[in-house]
Design a protein around this ligand. Structure first.
Ligand SMILES: Cc1ncc(C[n+]2csc(CCOP(=O)(O)OP(=O)(O)O)c2C)c(N)n1
Length: 379
C-alpha cells in the first residue's frame, strides 16, 4: 500500500506541487490527505474534470511544472476534450500527471455504470495515444513509476495517466475538516423522503448520481411503492437536470422533478440557463445541498460561495427558494407548485449517510423499461 503523505512528498521533490480534480472514492485516502495537509493554493477541487485539465495547463504555462489532475474514470469523458484538443502533444503539448481511479476494472465486481468504462480503460488510453502506467502497490516500485511518469510527461510534453486500483493508497490518518454550520441540518435521506412524499406518486422524479438515487430506491422498496416513475441517473453526473428537461418537454401534462446534488449542479451549471430558456412550466428542480461530494467521501464542493436560489433566479428560473428544516419542505413544495416552471428549491442538508444503504436491484435496462412503460400515454 502507498502512504499518501509519501506520494505527495515524493512528487513534491520532483517539482509537482499542485493537485486539482474531482474526487473519487478509490482516491479517497489521497484526497483526504491533500485536503487536510496542503495549503489552499496547492489543491483545487473543480466543478468538472475538464476544468482540472485546464487549470493544470494554466499552471504549467506559468511554472513549467506539471500538476496532478485526479479523477474517477467515469469522469474521463469530461477530461478528454481538453486533453485531446489542448494538452495533447499535437496541440499545446502540456505535461501533467492524470491520476485516475479505475472503477470497473475487469475481474473486480462493480456497479453497471462502471463496467464498460472500466473494461475499455487501457484501450481508450492507447487510442488517445496517452502514455500510462498502473500504479504499483509496492512503495519502491510506485516511486520509480511516478518518477518515470514525471520525466516522460516533461520530456515528451504530454499528459501522463496513472491508473489506480482499489486499495492502492493506505489510510492517511487524517480526516476531512467538518463543514461549518451543517451539524444541525437534516440528513439528505430525511429531506429526500419528505420531498418524495410531498411530490407525490404521479410526478416523474429524475434523481442525481450517487447516494441520493440509492436512498430513493431503498425508500421505495421499504415503503412497498413501485418507484416506476423514478429515473435513477446512475452515471452521467451533472446531467440529471437535462434528462429531466428532455422528459418535461415531451410530458407536459405531468410534473417533472429533478432531485439534484450541489456537486452535480455545479458540474454542468450552464444547463440551468438552457432549462430556463426552454421554460417548461412543469419543470421543478430540488437541490439537496450538503456542500460536499458526499457519495465519494465528503470532499467539499465550491457551493459555499454560491447562493443557490439567487443563482437559479439569475440563470432565468421563474422562482427559487431555500429551506433548511424538514418541517418546511411540504410548504415549500406547495409554494413551488404555485409558480410556472422552471422553479428551484434548495434543501440545505448535512453531509453523510446511513451506513449500508442498498443499491438498485433492477438492472438499468429493467429500470428504463419500467420507466418508459409508466409514462406511455395509453396507460
Ligand atoms: C463525471 C463524473 N465525475 C465523477 C463521478 C464520481 N462521483 C459520483 S457521485 C459524486 C459526488 C456527487 O456530489 P453531489 O452531487 O454533491 O451529491 P452528494 O454525493 O453530495 O449527494 C462523484 C464525484 C461521476 N460519477 N461522474
Amino acid at each position: 500500500m502507498i502512504d499518501p503523505s509519501h506520494f505527495v512528498e515524493h512528487l513534491g521533490s520532483q517539482g509537482v506541487t499542485l493537485y486539482t480534480g474531482v474526487p473519487d472514492s478509490l482516491l479517497k485516502q489521497l484526497g483526504s490527505y491533500i485536503m487536510a495537509e496542503l495549503p489552499r493554493e496547492q489543491h483545487i477541487i473543480t466543478a468538472n474534470e475538464g476544468a482540472a485539465v485546464a487549470i493544470a495547463m494554466g499552471h504549467y504555462l506559468r511554472t513549467s511544472t506539471p500538476a496532478v489532475v485526479y479523477l474517477q474514470n467515469s469522469g474521463i469523458g469530461n477530461a478528454i476534450n481538453p486533453l485531446m484538443s489542448l494538452a495533447d502533444r499535437e496541440v499545446y503539448g502540456t505535461p501533467m500527471i492524470v491520476v485516475v481511479g479505475w472503477r470497473g476494472r475487469p475481474g473486480v465486481k462493480d456497479e453497471p455504470q462502471h463496467v464498460k468504462q472500466g473494461r475499455i480503460m487501457t484501450e481508450l488510453l492507447d487510442a488517445l495515444d496517452l502514455p500510462w502506467v498502473m500504479l504499483p502497490q509496492n512503495p519502491d516500485e510506485a516511486d520509480a513509476a511516478m518518477a518515470a511518469a514525471v520525466k516522460t510527461a516533461l520530456d515528451q510534453h504530454t499528459p501522463y495517466v496513472v491508473l489506480v486500483e482499489k486499495g492502492t493508497f493506505g489510510d492517511a490518518g487524517v480526516s476531512l475538516p467538518e463543514i461549518p454550520g451543517t451539524a444541525n441540518l437534516p440528513s439528505r435521506e430525511d429531506a429526500l423522503i419528505t420531498a418524495a412524499d410531498a411530490v407525490g406518486p404521479d410526478a416523474v422524479i429524475v434523481a442525481t448520481t450517487g447516494m441520493l438515487s440509492r436512498e430513493l430506491f431503498e425508500y421505495r422498496e421499504r415503503a412497498g411503492l413501485p418507484g416506476e416513475r423514478d429515473f435513477l441517473t446512475v452515471g452521467g453526473m451533472g446531467h440529471a437536470s437535462s434528462i429531466a428537461l428532455g422528459i418535461a418537454l415531451r410530458e407536459p401534462e405531468r410534473e417533472v422533478w429533478c432531485f439534484d446534488g450541489d456537486g452535480a449542479l455545479l458540474m454542468h451549471l450552464g444547463s440551468l440557463a438552457v432549462i430556463a430558456d426552454q421554460a417548461p412550466p412543469n419543470y421543478r428542480h430540488l437541490v439537496f445541498n450538503n456542500q460536499v461530494h458526499d457519495s465519494v467521501g465528503g470532499q467539499p464542493t465550491a457551493v459555499n460561495v454560491v447562493d443557490v436560489a439567487a443563482a437559479a433566479r439569475a440563470l432565468g428560473y421563474n422562482y427559487a427558494a431555500s429551506v433548511s428544516e424538514v418541517g418546511s419542505i411540504v410548504g415549500a413544495v406547495a409554494e413551488l407548485r404555485a409558480h410556472d416552471g422552471p422553479v428551484l428549491l434548495e434543501l440545505k442538508v448535512r453531509p453523510g449517510s446511513r451506513p449500508g444503504i442498498g443499491r438498485p436491484t433492477r438492472t438499468p435496462a429493467q429500470s428504463k423499461r419500467a420507466f418508459m412503460d409508466a409514462l406511455r400515454p395509453d396507460q
